[in-house]
Design a binder for this molecule. Structure first.
Ligand SMILES: Cc1ncc(COP(=O)(O)O)c(C=O)c1O
Length: 388
Protein backbone atom coordinates (compact mmCIF):
# COMPACT_ATOMS: atom_id res chain seq x y z
CA UNK A 1 0.00 0.00 0.00
CA UNK A 2 1.41 3.45 -0.92
CA UNK A 3 2.04 6.05 1.81
CA UNK A 4 -0.64 8.32 0.38
CA UNK A 5 -3.22 5.56 0.34
CA UNK A 6 -2.33 4.61 3.93
CA UNK A 7 -2.76 8.28 5.02
CA UNK A 8 -6.14 8.43 3.27
CA UNK A 9 -7.30 5.30 5.07
CA UNK A 10 -6.03 6.45 8.48
CA UNK A 11 -7.56 9.90 8.20
CA UNK A 12 -10.93 8.39 7.27
CA UNK A 13 -10.98 6.42 10.53
CA UNK A 14 -11.84 7.55 14.06
CA UNK A 15 -9.11 9.79 15.47
CA UNK A 16 -9.18 7.96 18.82
CA UNK A 17 -6.45 5.54 17.84
CA UNK A 18 -4.32 8.31 16.34
CA UNK A 19 -4.20 9.88 19.81
CA UNK A 20 -2.69 6.63 21.06
CA UNK A 21 -0.46 6.05 18.04
CA UNK A 22 0.43 2.56 16.91
CA UNK A 23 2.27 0.01 19.04
CA UNK A 24 6.00 -0.18 18.27
CA UNK A 25 7.07 -3.53 16.75
CA UNK A 26 7.98 -4.96 20.17
CA UNK A 27 10.82 -7.18 21.16
CA UNK A 28 10.91 -10.94 20.73
CA UNK A 29 9.54 -12.86 23.72
CA UNK A 30 12.32 -13.77 26.17
CA UNK A 31 13.31 -17.43 26.02
CA UNK A 32 12.96 -19.75 28.99
CA UNK A 33 16.52 -19.10 30.15
CA UNK A 34 15.34 -15.72 31.49
CA UNK A 35 13.92 -15.38 35.00
CA UNK A 36 10.74 -13.44 34.36
CA UNK A 37 9.92 -11.15 37.28
CA UNK A 38 8.37 -8.24 35.37
CA UNK A 39 4.63 -8.93 35.04
CA UNK A 40 3.61 -10.42 38.41
CA UNK A 41 2.76 -13.90 37.20
CA UNK A 42 2.58 -16.81 39.62
CA UNK A 43 5.11 -19.31 38.26
CA UNK A 44 3.87 -22.46 40.01
CA UNK A 45 2.22 -25.38 38.17
CA UNK A 46 -1.54 -25.86 38.45
CA UNK A 47 -2.75 -28.29 41.13
CA UNK A 48 -3.05 -31.75 39.51
CA UNK A 49 -6.84 -31.80 39.64
CA UNK A 50 -7.11 -28.38 37.94
CA UNK A 51 -4.72 -29.53 35.22
CA UNK A 52 -6.84 -32.66 34.65
CA UNK A 53 -9.97 -30.55 34.32
CA UNK A 54 -8.17 -28.27 31.82
CA UNK A 55 -7.10 -31.24 29.69
CA UNK A 56 -10.58 -32.77 29.82
CA UNK A 57 -12.01 -29.46 28.56
CA UNK A 58 -9.92 -29.80 25.39
CA UNK A 59 -12.26 -32.61 24.33
CA UNK A 60 -15.04 -30.04 24.04
CA UNK A 61 -12.94 -27.94 21.65
CA UNK A 62 -15.49 -28.29 18.80
CA UNK A 63 -18.28 -26.65 20.82
CA UNK A 64 -18.77 -22.97 21.45
CA UNK A 65 -18.23 -22.21 25.12
CA UNK A 66 -21.29 -21.87 27.32
CA UNK A 67 -23.22 -18.67 26.60
CA UNK A 68 -22.86 -15.78 29.05
CA UNK A 69 -20.28 -17.85 31.03
CA UNK A 70 -23.20 -19.14 33.06
CA UNK A 71 -21.64 -22.19 34.78
CA UNK A 72 -18.54 -20.22 35.74
CA UNK A 73 -20.61 -17.32 37.06
CA UNK A 74 -22.76 -19.68 39.13
CA UNK A 75 -19.62 -21.36 40.53
CA UNK A 76 -18.09 -17.98 41.44
CA UNK A 77 -21.35 -16.77 42.98
CA UNK A 78 -21.54 -19.90 45.13
CA UNK A 79 -17.87 -19.69 46.18
CA UNK A 80 -18.06 -16.00 47.12
CA UNK A 81 -21.56 -15.97 48.67
CA UNK A 82 -23.23 -13.93 45.92
CA UNK A 83 -25.99 -14.48 43.40
CA UNK A 84 -25.12 -15.20 39.74
CA UNK A 85 -26.63 -11.89 38.59
CA UNK A 86 -24.03 -10.11 40.71
CA UNK A 87 -21.20 -11.80 38.77
CA UNK A 88 -19.63 -11.18 35.35
CA UNK A 89 -16.75 -13.33 34.06
CA UNK A 90 -14.09 -12.38 31.55
CA UNK A 91 -10.71 -13.04 29.99
CA UNK A 92 -8.82 -11.74 32.99
CA UNK A 93 -9.84 -8.62 34.85
CA UNK A 94 -8.26 -6.43 32.17
CA UNK A 95 -11.08 -7.41 29.78
CA UNK A 96 -13.61 -6.43 32.45
CA UNK A 97 -11.81 -3.16 33.15
CA UNK A 98 -12.02 -2.42 29.41
CA UNK A 99 -15.77 -3.12 29.46
CA UNK A 100 -16.28 -0.70 32.35
CA UNK A 101 -14.62 2.12 30.38
CA UNK A 102 -16.55 1.24 27.22
CA UNK A 103 -19.90 0.91 28.96
CA UNK A 104 -19.76 3.84 31.37
CA UNK A 105 -17.66 6.60 29.70
CA UNK A 106 -18.42 8.88 26.77
CA UNK A 107 -15.93 11.18 24.98
CA UNK A 108 -15.28 14.27 27.11
CA UNK A 109 -16.18 12.54 30.40
CA UNK A 110 -13.56 12.27 33.09
CA UNK A 111 -12.41 9.27 35.07
CA UNK A 112 -10.06 9.16 38.07
CA UNK A 113 -7.48 6.70 39.37
CA UNK A 114 -5.51 6.66 42.61
CA UNK A 115 -1.93 7.23 41.52
CA UNK A 116 0.58 5.76 40.97
CA UNK A 117 -1.65 2.98 39.71
CA UNK A 118 -2.16 0.35 37.02
CA UNK A 119 -1.16 2.26 33.86
CA UNK A 120 -3.49 0.29 31.56
CA UNK A 121 -6.28 2.53 32.93
CA UNK A 122 -4.67 5.55 31.24
CA UNK A 123 -4.87 3.84 27.87
CA UNK A 124 -8.48 2.76 28.38
CA UNK A 125 -9.47 6.36 29.18
CA UNK A 126 -7.66 7.63 26.07
CA UNK A 127 -9.51 5.07 23.94
CA UNK A 128 -12.83 6.50 25.14
CA UNK A 129 -11.65 10.07 24.51
CA UNK A 130 -12.04 10.66 28.26
CA UNK A 131 -10.03 12.90 30.57
CA UNK A 132 -7.84 10.83 32.91
CA UNK A 133 -7.29 12.29 36.39
CA UNK A 134 -4.55 10.84 38.54
CA UNK A 135 -5.18 11.49 42.22
CA UNK A 136 -1.93 11.31 44.13
CA UNK A 137 -2.21 8.65 46.86
CA UNK A 138 -0.09 10.47 49.43
CA UNK A 139 -0.83 8.14 52.35
CA UNK A 140 -1.47 4.79 50.67
CA UNK A 141 -2.65 3.27 53.95
CA UNK A 142 -5.97 5.11 53.85
CA UNK A 143 -8.20 6.73 51.25
CA UNK A 144 -8.39 10.57 51.21
CA UNK A 145 -12.20 10.72 51.46
CA UNK A 146 -12.58 14.52 51.68
CA UNK A 147 -10.20 15.16 48.78
CA UNK A 148 -12.01 12.59 46.61
CA UNK A 149 -15.46 13.96 47.46
CA UNK A 150 -14.65 17.65 47.00
CA UNK A 151 -11.42 17.77 44.93
CA UNK A 152 -10.83 17.41 41.16
CA UNK A 153 -12.20 13.83 41.12
CA UNK A 154 -15.67 14.90 42.29
CA UNK A 155 -17.09 14.99 38.75
CA UNK A 156 -15.34 11.86 37.50
CA UNK A 157 -17.77 9.20 36.26
CA UNK A 158 -15.92 6.61 38.29
CA UNK A 159 -12.83 6.20 40.43
CA UNK A 160 -10.45 3.25 40.09
CA UNK A 161 -8.67 2.03 43.22
CA UNK A 162 -6.35 -0.98 43.13
CA UNK A 163 -6.02 -2.54 46.58
CA UNK A 164 -3.35 -3.83 47.06
CA UNK A 165 -2.08 -1.21 44.68
CA UNK A 166 0.12 -1.83 41.65
CA UNK A 167 3.00 -0.87 41.37
CA UNK A 168 3.43 0.06 45.06
CA UNK A 169 2.10 -3.14 46.71
CA UNK A 170 0.57 -0.98 49.48
CA UNK A 171 -2.79 -1.83 51.04
CA UNK A 172 -5.52 0.43 52.45
CA UNK A 173 -7.75 -1.09 55.16
CA UNK A 174 -11.21 -1.97 53.82
CA UNK A 175 -12.79 0.29 56.48
CA UNK A 176 -11.28 3.35 54.77
CA UNK A 177 -12.69 2.25 51.41
CA UNK A 178 -16.09 1.59 53.00
CA UNK A 179 -16.17 5.11 54.49
CA UNK A 180 -15.76 6.56 51.00
CA UNK A 181 -18.30 4.19 49.41
CA UNK A 182 -20.87 5.22 52.03
CA UNK A 183 -20.45 8.93 51.29
CA UNK A 184 -20.02 8.90 47.52
CA UNK A 185 -22.75 8.53 44.90
CA UNK A 186 -20.22 7.76 42.21
CA UNK A 187 -19.13 4.36 40.95
CA UNK A 188 -16.00 2.99 42.63
CA UNK A 189 -14.10 0.28 40.77
CA UNK A 190 -12.14 -1.63 43.40
CA UNK A 191 -9.51 -3.67 41.60
CA UNK A 192 -8.50 -6.55 43.88
CA UNK A 193 -6.09 -8.28 41.48
CA UNK A 194 -3.62 -8.99 44.32
CA UNK A 195 -6.01 -9.35 47.26
CA UNK A 196 -5.24 -13.01 48.00
CA UNK A 197 -1.86 -11.83 49.32
CA UNK A 198 -3.43 -9.16 51.55
CA UNK A 199 -4.87 -9.29 55.09
CA UNK A 200 -8.55 -8.65 54.13
CA UNK A 201 -10.75 -8.01 51.11
CA UNK A 202 -13.79 -5.98 50.07
CA UNK A 203 -16.18 -8.82 49.17
CA UNK A 204 -18.53 -8.09 52.09
CA UNK A 205 -19.12 -4.58 50.65
CA UNK A 206 -20.69 -5.88 47.42
CA UNK A 207 -24.12 -6.50 48.99
CA UNK A 208 -24.05 -3.21 50.89
CA UNK A 209 -23.04 -0.63 48.27
CA UNK A 210 -24.65 -0.46 44.81
CA UNK A 211 -21.89 1.99 43.79
CA UNK A 212 -19.18 -0.67 44.12
CA UNK A 213 -17.77 -2.78 41.32
CA UNK A 214 -15.19 -5.26 42.60
CA UNK A 215 -12.74 -6.81 40.12
CA UNK A 216 -10.81 -10.03 40.71
CA UNK A 217 -8.41 -12.07 38.62
CA UNK A 218 -7.03 -15.61 38.84
CA UNK A 219 -3.84 -14.51 37.02
CA UNK A 220 -1.85 -13.57 40.12
CA UNK A 221 -2.92 -15.81 42.96
CA UNK A 222 -4.12 -18.88 41.03
CA UNK A 223 -1.36 -19.17 38.41
CA UNK A 224 -3.61 -18.87 35.35
CA UNK A 225 -2.37 -15.67 33.66
CA UNK A 226 -2.07 -17.53 30.35
CA UNK A 227 -5.58 -18.97 30.56
CA UNK A 228 -7.31 -15.63 31.34
CA UNK A 229 -9.95 -15.84 34.07
CA UNK A 230 -11.31 -12.77 35.83
CA UNK A 231 -14.51 -11.67 37.56
CA UNK A 232 -16.50 -8.57 38.36
CA UNK A 233 -18.88 -8.47 41.34
CA UNK A 234 -21.51 -5.79 41.86
CA UNK A 235 -25.16 -4.81 41.82
CA UNK A 236 -27.17 -6.86 39.25
CA UNK A 237 -28.09 -3.68 37.34
CA UNK A 238 -24.42 -2.66 36.90
CA UNK A 239 -23.36 -6.21 36.13
CA UNK A 240 -26.26 -6.68 33.70
CA UNK A 241 -25.25 -3.55 31.77
CA UNK A 242 -21.67 -4.80 31.53
CA UNK A 243 -22.77 -8.30 30.43
CA UNK A 244 -24.83 -6.68 27.71
CA UNK A 245 -21.75 -4.96 26.23
CA UNK A 246 -19.56 -8.07 26.37
CA UNK A 247 -18.47 -9.95 23.27
CA UNK A 248 -20.45 -13.10 22.56
CA UNK A 249 -18.55 -16.27 23.61
CA UNK A 250 -15.80 -14.07 25.07
CA UNK A 251 -14.13 -16.83 27.11
CA UNK A 252 -13.17 -20.31 25.96
CA UNK A 253 -13.92 -23.82 27.21
CA UNK A 254 -10.54 -24.16 28.94
CA UNK A 255 -10.97 -20.87 30.80
CA UNK A 256 -14.40 -22.03 31.96
CA UNK A 257 -13.15 -25.42 33.13
CA UNK A 258 -10.06 -24.02 34.88
CA UNK A 259 -12.05 -21.23 36.54
CA UNK A 260 -14.64 -23.68 37.90
CA UNK A 261 -11.95 -26.11 39.04
CA UNK A 262 -9.87 -23.41 40.79
CA UNK A 263 -12.98 -22.20 42.59
CA UNK A 264 -13.57 -25.73 43.87
CA UNK A 265 -9.93 -26.22 44.94
CA UNK A 266 -8.81 -22.87 46.30
CA UNK A 267 -7.33 -24.52 49.38
CA UNK A 268 -4.84 -26.32 47.10
CA UNK A 269 -3.15 -22.92 46.66
CA UNK A 270 -2.49 -22.27 50.36
CA UNK A 271 1.11 -23.49 50.11
CA UNK A 272 1.67 -21.42 46.95
CA UNK A 273 0.50 -18.25 48.73
CA UNK A 274 2.52 -19.06 51.83
CA UNK A 275 5.65 -19.53 49.71
CA UNK A 276 5.11 -16.22 47.87
CA UNK A 277 4.65 -14.33 51.16
CA UNK A 278 7.75 -15.99 52.59
CA UNK A 279 9.90 -15.20 49.52
CA UNK A 280 8.56 -11.63 49.49
CA UNK A 281 9.92 -11.10 53.00
CA UNK A 282 13.21 -12.86 52.21
CA UNK A 283 13.83 -10.83 49.05
CA UNK A 284 12.80 -7.61 50.81
CA UNK A 285 15.36 -8.24 53.55
CA UNK A 286 18.08 -9.08 51.01
CA UNK A 287 17.35 -5.90 49.03
CA UNK A 288 17.44 -3.79 52.22
CA UNK A 289 20.88 -5.23 53.01
CA UNK A 290 22.03 -4.08 49.55
CA UNK A 291 20.83 -0.55 50.32
CA UNK A 292 17.52 -0.63 48.40
CA UNK A 293 14.56 1.01 50.08
CA UNK A 294 11.69 -1.47 49.87
CA UNK A 295 7.97 -0.60 50.14
CA UNK A 296 6.15 -2.96 52.53
CA UNK A 297 4.07 -5.08 50.13
CA UNK A 298 0.81 -6.99 50.37
CA UNK A 299 1.04 -8.29 46.81
CA UNK A 300 3.19 -10.82 44.92
CA UNK A 301 5.80 -8.18 44.05
CA UNK A 302 8.03 -5.60 45.66
CA UNK A 303 8.66 -2.00 44.65
CA UNK A 304 12.19 -1.00 45.60
CA UNK A 305 14.09 2.29 45.30
CA UNK A 306 17.55 1.59 43.96
CA UNK A 307 20.50 2.29 46.27
CA UNK A 308 22.57 4.59 44.07
CA UNK A 309 22.45 7.36 41.52
CA UNK A 310 21.95 5.08 38.54
CA UNK A 311 18.14 5.04 38.55
CA UNK A 312 15.62 2.26 37.89
CA UNK A 313 16.18 1.93 34.13
CA UNK A 314 19.89 1.35 34.63
CA UNK A 315 19.17 -1.39 37.15
CA UNK A 316 16.56 -2.96 34.91
CA UNK A 317 19.11 -3.11 32.06
CA UNK A 318 21.90 -4.39 34.32
CA UNK A 319 19.64 -7.18 35.62
CA UNK A 320 18.49 -8.03 32.11
CA UNK A 321 22.12 -8.55 31.13
CA UNK A 322 22.11 -11.24 33.84
CA UNK A 323 18.90 -12.69 32.30
CA UNK A 324 16.63 -11.37 35.05
CA UNK A 325 13.61 -9.34 33.89
CA UNK A 326 12.10 -6.77 36.28
CA UNK A 327 9.71 -3.84 35.67
CA UNK A 328 10.64 -0.17 35.38
CA UNK A 329 8.21 2.77 35.22
CA UNK A 330 9.31 6.00 33.52
CA UNK A 331 6.97 8.24 35.59
CA UNK A 332 8.91 10.91 37.51
CA UNK A 333 7.90 9.55 40.92
CA UNK A 334 8.96 6.00 40.03
CA UNK A 335 12.06 6.55 37.93
CA UNK A 336 14.38 5.47 40.74
CA UNK A 337 12.49 2.25 41.36
CA UNK A 338 12.24 -1.25 40.00
CA UNK A 339 9.35 -3.65 40.60
CA UNK A 340 10.24 -7.28 41.21
CA UNK A 341 7.62 -10.05 40.97
CA UNK A 342 7.94 -12.84 43.51
CA UNK A 343 8.51 -16.21 41.88
CA UNK A 344 9.81 -19.56 43.07
CA UNK A 345 12.66 -19.87 45.57
CA UNK A 346 15.04 -20.67 42.70
CA UNK A 347 13.88 -17.58 40.75
CA UNK A 348 14.45 -15.38 43.78
CA UNK A 349 17.86 -16.93 44.53
CA UNK A 350 18.86 -16.02 40.96
CA UNK A 351 17.55 -12.48 41.40
CA UNK A 352 19.31 -11.95 44.75
CA UNK A 353 22.59 -13.31 43.33
CA UNK A 354 22.39 -11.01 40.27
CA UNK A 355 21.45 -7.91 42.31
CA UNK A 356 24.22 -8.64 44.81
CA UNK A 357 26.79 -9.04 42.02
CA UNK A 358 25.75 -5.72 40.44
CA UNK A 359 25.81 -3.89 43.79
CA UNK A 360 29.24 -5.30 44.62
CA UNK A 361 30.65 -4.25 41.23
CA UNK A 362 29.25 -0.75 41.74
CA UNK A 363 30.88 -0.55 45.18
CA UNK A 364 34.22 -1.75 43.81
CA UNK A 365 34.08 0.77 40.98
CA UNK A 366 33.12 3.55 43.39
CA UNK A 367 36.10 2.79 45.61
CA UNK A 368 38.36 2.94 42.52
CA UNK A 369 37.18 6.45 41.75
CA UNK A 370 35.16 8.36 39.13
CA UNK A 371 36.96 7.02 36.05
CA UNK A 372 36.06 3.43 36.70
CA UNK A 373 34.07 1.64 33.99
CA UNK A 374 30.83 0.88 35.84
CA UNK A 375 30.34 4.49 36.95
CA UNK A 376 30.14 5.40 33.29
CA UNK A 377 27.31 2.93 32.71
CA UNK A 378 24.52 4.03 30.32
CA UNK A 379 22.40 6.30 32.51
CA UNK A 380 24.92 7.64 35.00
CA UNK A 381 24.66 11.35 35.76
CA UNK A 382 20.92 11.70 35.03
CA UNK A 383 18.57 13.77 37.15
CA UNK A 384 17.91 11.70 40.25
CA UNK A 385 15.02 12.25 42.63
CA UNK A 386 14.62 10.61 45.97
CA UNK A 387 10.97 9.61 45.51
CA UNK A 388 9.87 6.12 44.63
C1 LIG B 1 -3.90 -3.85 39.31
C2 LIG B 1 -4.15 -4.80 38.19
N1 LIG B 1 -5.40 -4.98 37.76
C3 LIG B 1 -5.67 -5.83 36.76
C4 LIG B 1 -4.69 -6.54 36.13
C5 LIG B 1 -5.08 -7.42 34.98
O1 LIG B 1 -4.86 -8.77 35.20
P1 LIG B 1 -5.49 -9.87 34.27
O2 LIG B 1 -6.01 -9.22 33.04
O3 LIG B 1 -4.42 -10.85 34.00
O4 LIG B 1 -6.61 -10.47 35.03
C6 LIG B 1 -3.36 -6.38 36.53
C7 LIG B 1 -2.27 -7.09 35.84
O5 LIG B 1 -1.11 -6.85 35.99
C8 LIG B 1 -3.09 -5.48 37.59
O6 LIG B 1 -1.84 -5.27 38.01
Amino acid sequence: MSDEKLQNVLSSLSQTTSRLGSLPPGRPAPDSTYVKLNTNENPFPLPKVVMEDAVAALERQYLYPEEDNLGLRVAAATAYGLNKDQVIAGNGSSELLGLVYKAFLAPGDSVAMMSPGFSFNRKLAALQGARFLEIEWKDPHSLPTEELLFGPAKDAKFLVIANPNNPTGTFAPIASIERFLARSDHLIVLDEAYVDFAPENGLRLVNRYPNLLLLRTFSKSYATAGIRVGFGFGHPELIGRLRNTQNVFNMNVIGHAVGISVLAHRAAYDENHRSIRHERERVGAALSRLGFSVMPSHANFLLARVPDEHGGKWWQDALEQQKILVAFFPERTLENCIRISIGTRADMDAFIAAATGIAERLNTDKSRGPDSKQDQAPLAGRDVRSSC
